[in-house]
Design a protein around this ligand. Structure first.
Ligand code: 5GP
Ligand code: MG
Length: 190
């Protein structure tokens, strides 16, 4: 991934340039397609959507509104970024998930992006251990070239190149999460 120099963190984020990669319209129509597919696949099942906060909230809510079958919702905060741009490699789960909420359910984990795969692998293993009937993953973005762990998302919005993406839930040191488009950070010359 493009590493953002450490002197260009939070304080300087306002000066960053963002190059649009996926428009709001394209995001919307892809979410519609995914929701239609998920609705078909989960017809008659006991769907529980587990949204990974903070990044997965935007995609999770958009997806939930469009899914045509009944679904329960759970949310958990998970973070692997210590300083905003470099992954610590060990995702931390904040708060207690109740195993009984997952047991026997068809769980769909929703996140913003699957990068190395570490985060989704950790949470997927835990939900499987809780006794879920099935566990699948939906990630809005995927950077397949960066995968370190053998894991794939079952529903992917877009495959993207190896870059530092922001918007639609993805942040840079806490900023840009609410952008309605997916953009790529362009580091300005110093
Ligand atoms: P993984 O565990 O798959 O390496 O990374 C998962 C998490 O890292 C994502 O949920 C996301 O929070 C963060 N991440 C990975 N790639 C990017 C990126 O390009 N931009 C941003 N903003 N976050 C990323
Ligand atoms: Mg995340």
């Amino acid at each position: 991934m493009t590493e953002i120099p450490q002197n260009k963190t939070r304080r300087n984020a306002i000066f960053m340039k963002i190059e649009e990669k996926i428009s709001a319209g394209k995001i919307r129509s892809r979410v519609d397609e995914l929701a239609a597919q998920i609705s078909k696949d989960y017809e008659g099942k006991s769907l529980l959507i587990l949204v990974l906060a903070n990044g997965g909230i935007f995609f999770g809510v958009d997806l939930l509104r469009k899914i045509a079958v009944p679904a329960e919702v759970e949310c958990v905060r998970i973070s692997s970024y210590k300083n905003g741009t470099t992954s610590s490699g060990t995702p931390e789960i904040f708060g207690n998930l109740q195993p009984e909420n997952f047991r026997g359910n068809d769980v769909l984990i929703v996140d913003d992006i699957i990068d190395t795969g570490t985060t989704l692998r950790k949470i997927r293993d835990q939900i499987e251990n809780f006794g879920a009937r099935s566990v699948k993953i939906s990630a809005f973005l995927s950077k397949r070239s960066r995968r370190k762990i053998e894991i794939e998302a079952d529903y992917v919005g877009f495959e993207i190149e190896d870059c530092f993406a922001v918007g639609y839930g993805l942040d840079f040191a806490g900023k840009f999460r609410k952008l309605p488009v997916i953009g790529k950070i362009v580091v300005p010359e110093t």
